[in-house]
Design a protein around this ligand. Structure first.
Ligand code: TMP
Ligand code: ASP
Length: 327
């Protein structure tokens, strides 16, 4: 049986499609420099992860989660993990404050998505999207989908935690490719992978209690889980995903309108202009969560209806945005 042991979980390969993820009682911080065993931690994190994955699945966010098979084990789809950690921040904390000298607790006008290279030996450095693509850790298409999905997850989780009097400061996601080649969320989502503060007092409820030696780590993890388990009805969330399609004529195709514009620019003595090509832009708004399949659907709409693949080329991107301030 193929097995892999991480810092807090063991992964057992069941077949080419599925894995069993076992949550141990280990906790670690600072790239494994500080470690401890905390009684019941595995069970609490396993149940928290299961509950959060179930919630995300209810909202049609695609994850590796299939089902809980014991209090410490999840049955999940096997994925090839993308070695980039995606962090989404609503409020400044942690490495963002250390990096930029900004005060902890500073609210952001909009959530921020950051990429980190998953490499303990290098201390998981911040990585630009361009560098991650350049080094083939992911494709440009993956990056646009991953960012949109992360923002939708943020929208959902902020609402969920708000309903149980907790503020979602930031969180980390990992993505992978399933055996079918689908881009889905993997790993765990728990108090180990997010920052949560008590809404009224700002009390820290997450792994920062361990990082900062604040004590009672598991009591606070348990409290989060207990509150999550009181949720019976999920809030109604308005999702807004926008796909953009930029359509331009292939370089080899004559563009008379571009040519007219080019000549006009020359007549007006604009210098050093080599050529002008005109294109069109289409934006499609969907009232659903972003996903790789929505991206592919846009590609299909683009090829079938909006563009002529014989003479035109298209460039797609996907965005997620929140219109109301329900969270
Ligand atoms: P950071 O402020 O240390 O960059 O962390 C941002 C978020 O990502 C925070 O919620 C904790 C989470 N995180 C992990 O889940 N794993 C990690 O290895 C690190 C460094 C952070
Ligand atoms: N998860 C990382 C570790 O175990 C870093 C952290 O969460 O602080 O070392």
């Amino acid at each position: 049986m193929e097995r892999y042991s991480g810092k807090a979980k063991d992964i057992e390969l069941l077949d080419e499609k599925e894995v069993k993820i076992h949550f141990r009682d280990s906790i670690s911080a600072f790239d494994g420099e500080k470690t401890e065993e905390l009684l019941n931690k595995g069970e609490v994190n396993c149940r928290t992860s299961a509950k959060l994955f179930e919630i995300l699945n209810e909202y049609n966010i695609e994850t590796h989660y299939l089902k809980s098979i014991s209090s410490r084990d999840l049955l999940c789809e096997k994925v090839d993990i993308i070695p980039v950690e995606i962090v989404c921040r609503n409020i400044a904390a942690g490495s963002f404050c250390r990096r930029y000298g900004i005060e902890i607790g500073t609210n952001f006008d909009q959530p921020l998505v950051e990429f980190f290279l998953k490499e303990d030996e290098l201390h998981d450095p911040l990585i630009t999207e361009e560098a991650a693509i350049l080094m083939n850790y992911l494709s440009g298409e993956d990056a646009t989908i991953i960012k949109a999905v992360t923002l939708a997850v943020n929208h959902i989780l902020r609402n969920i935690f708000k309903s149980i009097s907790l503020v979602l400061v930031d969180f980390k996601l990992e993505f992978g490719r399933s055996h079918e080649g689908k881009l889905i969320i993997a790993d765990e989502i728990s108090a180990d992978t997010m920052r949560l503060w008590e809404i009224n007092t700002g009390e820290i409820k997450d792994k920062d209690r361990y990082r900062k030696d604040l004590g009672d780590v598991i009591q606070h993890y348990k409290d989060i889980l207990e509150r999550l388990e009181t949720i019976t009805e999920l809030p109604n969330i308005e999702f807004n995903t926008k796909t953009n399609i930029r359509i331009s004529l292939k370089d080899s195709v004559l563009d008379p309108a571009g040519e007219v514009t080019f000549r006009s620019l020359k007549r007006n003595e604009y210098e050093n202009i080599e050529s002008v090509r005109l294109g069109k832009n289409a934006s499609i708004k969907f009232s659903s969560v972003p996903s790789e399949s929505l991206y592919k659907k846009t590609q299909e709409i683009s090829n079938r209806i909006l563009s002529n693949p014989l003479i035109e080329e298209t460039k797609l991107s996907m965005e997620y945005f929140e219109t109301s301030n329900e969270g």
